[in-house]
Design a protein around this ligand. Structure first.
Ligand code: ZN
Length: 186
């Protein structure tokens, strides 16, 4: 009859042993961390750098003007602070077409003179950057540039402080209608 008592005891011992050995077994492996998707991690930073490098930045007495392969300036208006004695327009051709096919410059005249100055410039030809030599209606102009090139032109702000309105345009043949804007002192 004692067997009936011993057997349950043995069973309890067995359970205790198995529980004990269970504690000694290594803990379950921690869930493997699934890496977050990272492909876009660097793209936004690169975009930000590009934007910073190409966005028009108007310093106190300078303006960064861009022309592209689609015959467009990136600005229709340039405001010159009255506190500046000189003002610089930095022109960058952000396209890739050559100067002979998609040249850009920036010419400043009174708005009323723009059309005639453009016509005379085209008649003057590529050798003179499509600006008639000695044209006293031209307040300032840059050289003609092609894709990937930069140039700049600096002029006395007093020349456009009164007697306006004044404008700027590209005198490459056929570009005048698309590539023009206003410039004023404020
Ligand atoms: Zn042009």
């Amino acid at each position: 009859m004692t067997l009936l008592r011993i057997t349950p005891l043995a069973a309890v011992l067995a359970i205790a042993l198995s529980a004990c050995s269970g504690q000694q077994s290594p803990p379950p492996a921690e869930p493997v961390a699934t890496p977050e998707a990272t492909p876009a991690e660097t793209a936004p930073a690169a975009d930000a750098v590009d934007a910073a490098a190409t966005a028009p930045v108007s310093g106190d007495c300078a303006f960064n003007l861009e022309g592209n392969d689609a015959m467009q300036f990136n600005a229709k208006e340039i405001v010159v602070p009255a506190s500046c004695s000189e003002f610089t327009i930095n022109l960058e051709h952000t396209g890739s077409m050559p100067v002979a096919a998609m040249g850009h410059n920036v010419v400043i005249t009174k708005e009323a003179d723009m059309g005639e100055v453009d016509k005379d410039g085209i008649a003057a030809g590529a050798a003179s950057d499509y600006v008639k030599a000695g044209d006293d209606r031209v307040i300032a102009h840059s050289k003609m540039i092609g894709g990937g090139e930069k140039t700049s032109v600096t002029f006395d702000v007093s020349k456009i402080a009164t007697g306006g309105p004044y404008g700027f345009f590209c005198s490459f043949p056929g570009h005048f209608a698309m590539m023009q804007g206003s410039i004023r002192v404020e």
